[in-house]
Unconditional design. Structure first.
Lengths: 159, 66
C-alpha cells in the first residue's frame, strides 16, 4: 500500500524481538533509524491526497475480508473446495489493492472538484481508459453518479 | 546545519519487544532516541490503519516489533 501511495515500503519496518534479546532490540532500532534517516523527512502535507485515498482503501470491507479469509482459503479451501496456492492468493491481493486504491484516488479527485474524466486524469495521472473503466464500476456500486454533460464531457459526483 | 533526526513510531508487543526494550534499558544499553514507543498487547493488534495514521500525523518511519 505504501509503495502504491508513493510513500515507500522502506519507511515501515517489521521485526521479531523476544523479551530476552535486548541487544537485538538495540540493533533493530539502530537499523530502522539509520534506514529512515537516509530516506529523509516525510512530508505528510505533500502526500495528504494519497494518504486519504490509502486510508479509505484499507478501511473498506473488500480488502479486509480478503485478508481475513486468506488462511482458510489457502489451507482448507474456498466454498467450492478448491485450495489456493499462497503466492497466487497474494498476487490477487496485490491486483485488488491497486484497483481499490485507484478507485479511491478517483473518488478523492471527484470530491475535490475534478469532476470530468480529463480533470481526474490531470489530477491523478492514471490513464483515461482506466479511469472510465473504474468510474463505470463505481457507478454500478453507487459510489459515484453520472450528473450530466458539460461541453461534451461527462460529469460525475460522489454519492 | 542540524542533521535530520527522524521521528519513528514503534509499536511494541508487551510480552516480547517491549520487554526486550525494557531489558535494554535495565542493562544500560544505548539506542537511538528517535523512536516513540506505543505498547500493544500483541503485535497482531496493529491495524494497517495505525501505520497510515502515524504517517498522517507526521512521523517519518514506523517500526512494528513482536
Amino acid at each position: 500500500m505504501l509503495d502504491l501511495a508513493g510513500i515507500g515500503e522502506q519507511r515501515l519496518h517489521l521485526a521479531w524481538v523476544s523479551s530476552a534479546e535486548a541487544q537485538r532490540f538495540v540493533e533493530v532500532v539502530t537499523q530502522t533509524t539509520d534506514s529512515v534517516k537516509a530516506l529523509g523527512k516525510f512530508d505528510s502535507k505533500a502526500f495528504a491526497f494519497e494518504l486519504a485515498a490509502a486510508e479509505l482503501t484499507l478501511a473498506q470491507e473488500t480488502l479486509r475480508w480478503m485478508v481475513g479469509k486468506e488462511v482458510k482459503i489457502t489451507a482448507k479451501g474456498d466454498v467450492f473446495g478448491r485450495r489456493w496456492d499462497g503466492d497466487r492468493f497474494e498476487s490477487i491481493l496485490d491486483v485488488l489493492l491497486e484497483r481499490e486504491y485507484q478507485k479511491n484516488l478517483i473518488l478523492q479527485a471527484v470530491k475535490e472538484g475534478h469532476t470530468s474524466v480529463r480533470d481526474i486524469h490531470k489530477k491523478i495521472g492514471i490513464d483515461l481508459k482506466r479511469i472510465s473503466y473504474l468510474l463505470a464500476d463505481m457507478e454500478n456500486r453507487n459510489i459515484v453518479e453520472f450528473v450530466g454533460m458539460e461541453e461534451r464531457k461527462p460529469i460525475f459526483a460522489a454519492l | 546545519m542540524e542533521e535530520f533526526e527522524p521521528k519513528i513510531v514503534a509499536f511494541l508487543c508487551n510480552w516480547c519487544a517491549y520487554a526486550g526494550a525494557d531489558l535494554a534499558g535495565v542493562s544500560r544499553l544505548q539506542y537511538p532516541p528517535n523512536i516513540r514507543t506505543v505498547r500493544v498487547m500483541c503485535s497482531g493488534r496493529v491495524d494497517p490503519l495505525f501505520v497510515l495514521q502515524a504517517f498522517k500525523q507526521g512521523c517519518d518511519g514506523v517500526l512494528v516489533a513482536g
